[in-house]
Write a protein that binds this ligand. Structure first.
Ligand code: SF4
Length: 269
């Protein structure tokens, strides 16, 4: 066997080991591969095709084997998933330690407002004031939110306010995707119980968490999305408006549209 042929054979064995582990099979393909140098082009593409086929067959057969071996078992439901009202849900989840934020929080921030609200406002997560008081949007950003709601004729008492995550991320950092995924089922249950007509997402994290859309805030603003039976709109987070007052005008336009959407939805009663 000449040196080139040996190299090809060795490379082929390495490739197989990378893909299939220690199991060696389909020696006929090895032979084909070694013949590449003598039968160019057409033979090469056949070799590649054949390798792909082997991989797909391997994956398919392993999938089928797994399907046969593992019966489909539904994950057992947790007690909180059967909650019939918000108070019950709050009691059942307020000690949650499902993600690392549970260890660093001071207070769990469930949400607050009218349990039968037609309007749900969803922020990102508790900040320092919220973490200290156990209530959402109570700091400067909270006051601005109250003003924004007032400007479109909603009182805080008639809406419900919650966050994507219920525990404060350290140093007010953005919640990590895994933390949001851990916490979102709670918000989904809240939405199921409240059954709002319209939802206003405050900030990109809130919109990404709820709508699962990988888009910029600019792209999301001014549009109406479906979330179950509710309609969703997106605007700036009040904390962002405090840092960038120039965005207030855009926010004003967004919430005007949101109010219009609410009025239209209310007429459909
Ligand atoms: S952020 Fe949510 S999932 Fe994480 S510990 Fe707090 S309540 Fe549990």
């Amino acid at each position: 066997m000449n040196e080139k042929l040996q190299d090809l054979l060795l490379q082929s064995l390495i490739d197989q080991k990378e893909i299939f582990g220690d199991e060696l099979f389909e020696t006929k393909n090895l032979k084909r591969r070694t013949s590449v140098e003598f039968e160019p082009k057409i033979q090469q593409s056949e070799v590649v095709k054949s390798q792909k086929e082997i991989i797909s067959e391997k994956i398919l057969s392993s999938k089928n084997e797994n399907l046969k071996e593992i019966p489909l078992i539904e994950e057992p439901k947790e007690k909180w998933q059967f909650s019939s009202n918000l108070d019950e849900l709050n009691k059942l989840i307020c000690e949650c330690q499902k993600c690392p934020l549970g260890k660093t929080r001071n207070k769990f921030v469930f949400g607050t407002g009218n349990p039968n609200a037609d309007v749900l406002v969803v922020g990102e997560g508790p900040g320092a004031d919220e973490d200290a008081q156990g209530l959402p949007f109570v700091g400067r950003a909270g006051k601005l939110l109250t003003d924004i709601l007032k400007a479109i004729n909603f009182s805080r008492e008639e809406v419900y306010i919650a966050n994507i995550v219920k525990c404060r991320p350290p140093a007010n950092r953005t919640p990590l995707p895994a933390e949001m995924e851990s916490c979102l089922p709670y918000l989904n249950k809240q939405i199921e119980l409240i059954n709002p007509k319209v939802i206003l997402c405050l900030g990109l994290t809130s919109a990404l968490g709820l709508l699962k859309k990988r888009e910029s805030l600019t792209n999301l603003r001014g549009k109406v999305f479906d979330f179950g039976k509710a309609k969703v709109m997106v605007t700036y987070h009040p904390a962002a408006l405090l840092r960038n007052p120039n965005w207030k005008r855009g926010c004003w336009e967004d919430v005007q549209l949101f109010r219009k959407l609410y009025d239209e939805m209310a007429q459909l009663k």
